[in-house]
Design a protein around this ligand. Structure first.
Ligand SMILES: Cc1ncc(COP(=O)(O)O)c(C=O)c1O
Ligand SMILES: [Zn+2]
Length: 386
C-alpha cells in the first residue's frame, strides 16, 4: 500500500464552529473556545499494516505529511483481557490497556511523539512546557528523536525527582518553589518574556490527539467495543482524546456507539469529582486545592477550572461520570493488578482500576459489559508514586 503522504485538515472551534488552518502554536479560537483538528472522515482509514502507531493512524493525527510522524518507542501496547481480576470484580470482559509498556512507562510518550512531530512540522524548534513529571519526562525522552529541538520544562520543587532523561543537551529544567499549577504559570510567564511558545497542556490539541492513540489501539484490539471506559484524570486531556477518537471511529463505522466515559480522581485531590457531585457545571473556589497531596502524584492538579467543563460535557453526554477513590482503594487496586495480572502500575493507574471496582460493586457496570481501563503509567525504579 502506498501511504498518502499529505493530507489537509482544519481546526474547528468546538464552541462557535469557526474553522481555520490548523496551527499548533495558536490553540484557542478568538471566541475563547477550544480548537479541535477535524479530518475528512470519509477518506480516513486505519493503515492496519503499518507497525508504527503514528503511521497507522496518520489520517487521524494533526500532521500534514506522513514523513513528519515521529516514533519515540511509544505505543503498540497490549490490551489484556483480565480474566482473573475480572472475576474478582464480577466483570467477564475487563480489558486493561497496559500503557506501562511505553518507552518511559507512561501513556504520555504518545503525547510527546505527537506534539514534537507537530511542532517540527510547523517549524517550532524551542518551546516551554510544564507537568507533574510524566509529560515532561516524555518530552525530555522524545527530544533525542528530533532535529535538535529545545525544551524548557517548568516544575514545582516537589515534583523534580519525577523528571527523567533531563540530561539531554536540549532540555532545560526550571524549578519553581510552588505547586504544579504555580509552576505552569511561571512557565507561561517565562515563555511570554522570552517570546517562546508555551505549548499549552490540555489546550494543545496535539497533546490530546497523541493521547487518543492509546484508545484507537484499544478500540481496535478489543474483540467487542467497550461499553465503559475508565481513566484517572488530572486535566482530562487523555479522556478528551479518547472521546474524540470514539466519535471519529463512530463516523468511520469502526465503533457502533460511544462508550460511557468515567473520569477517576483520588479523594485527596478531587475537584472535578466534587464539583460534579454538587451538580456544578464549573469549578468553584471551594473546590480548588493549593499544594494538594496524595499517593497519585501524576494527577495532583488542584485547580482544573479551565478543563472541567469539557470533561463534564463528556461524562454527561455519554452517561458516564466521575469517581472518587481513597488511598486504601488505590493501594488495593495496585496490589490486585500486580498479583492477578502481573502489571506494576503507578497510583494514578491504580486509581482508574479502583474506580472500576467501585462502580462494579455498586452494580453500575453489568457483568457482560466490555470495560476498558487505561493503565496510564507504571512504576519507575520500583516507585509507584505516579
Ligand atoms: C500516569 C498518568 N495518568 C493519568 C494522568 C492524567 O492526565 P490528564 O487528565 O491530564 O489526561 C497523568 C497526567 O500526568 C499521568 O501521568
Ligand atoms: Zn470559537
Amino acid at each position: 500500500m502506498t501511504p498518502t503522504t499529505h493530507k489537509d485538515f482544519r481546526a474547528v472551534c468546538v464552541r462557535c464552529g469557526a474553522s481555520r488552518p490548523y496551527a499548533a502554536v495558536d490553540p484557542r479560537c478568538s471566541c475563547g473556545g477550544l480548537l479541535d483538528p477535524v479530518y475528512d472522515l470519509t477518506a480516513a482509514r486505519v493503515r492496519e499494516d503499518e507497525g508504527v502507531p503514528s503511521a497507522r493512524y496518520f489520517d487521524l493525527l494533526p500532521l500534514h505529511r506522513a514523513e513528519s510522524a515521529l516514533h519515540i518507542g511509544d505505543g503498540n501496547t497490549p490490551c489484556v483481557h483480565a480474566r482473573t481480576l475480572g472475576s474478582r470484580l464480577g466483570l467477564d470482559h475487563l480489558y486493561l490497556k497496559d500503557e506501562t509498556r511505553n518507552a518511559t512507562r507512561t501513556t504520555k510518550d504518545r503525547m510527546a511523539a505527537c506534539v514534537l512531530a507537530v511542532l517540527q512540522e510547523q517549524g517550532v524548534s524551542e518551546f516551554v512546557a510544564s507537568s507533574t513529571g510524566n509529560s515532561s519526562t516524555s518530552f525530555a525522552w522524545g527530544l533525542r528523536f528530533t532535529d535538535a529541538m529545545k525544551v524548557h520544562l517548568f516544575t514545582g520543587r516537589d515534583f523534580v525527582d519525577r523528571h527523567q532523561y533531563t540530561h539531554h543537551p536540549g532540555v532545560e529544567l526550571h524549578v519553581v518553589d510552588d505547586d504544579f499549577v504555580g509552576a505552569a504559570s511561571a512557565g507561561r510567564a517565562f515563555a511570554a518574556d522570552q517570546e517562546l511558545l508555551f505549548e499549552g497542556g490540555f489546550f494543545n490539541s496535539a497533546r490530546r490527539e497523541g493521547l487518543k492513540l492509546a484508545y484507537l489501539e484499544a478500540y481496535d484490539q478489543m474483540p467487542s467495543p467497550p461499553a465503559v471506559v475508565f481513566q484517572a484524570v488530572s486535566s482530562g486531556m487523555g479522556v478528551y482524546g479518547a472521546h474524540k477518537g470514539a466519535q471519529e471511529y463512530l463516523a468511520m463505522g469502526r465503533l457502533p456507539a460511544l462508550p460511557r466515559f468515567v473520569c477517576v480522581q483520588q479523594l485527596s485531590c478531587a475537584p472535578m469529582w466534587q464539583a460534579d457531585r454538587e451538580g456544578s457545571d464549573r469549578i468553584q473556589p471551594h473546590h480548588i486545592l493549593r499544594r494538594p497531596q496524595g499517593l497519585a502524584k501524576a494527577i495532583l492538579r488542584g485547580d482544573p477550572s479551565n478543563t472541567y467543563p469539557f470533561m463534564r460535557a463528556i461524562t454527561t453526554g455519554t452517561g458516564g461520570g466521575f469517581a472518587g477513590v481513597d488511598d486504601d482503594e488505590m493501594v488495593r487496586a495496585r496490589r490486585w493488578l500486580a498479583e492477578d495480572e502481573g502489571i506494576h502500575v503507578c497510583f494514578a493507574a491504580a486509581a482508574a482500576l479502583a474506580g472500576v471496582a467501585q462502580l462494579a460493586a455498586r452494580g453500575e457496570i453489568g457483568r457482560d459489559e466490555p470495560v476498558l481501563v487505561n493503565l496510564t503509567g507504571g512504576e519507575r525504579d520500583g516507585q509507584a508514586d505516579g
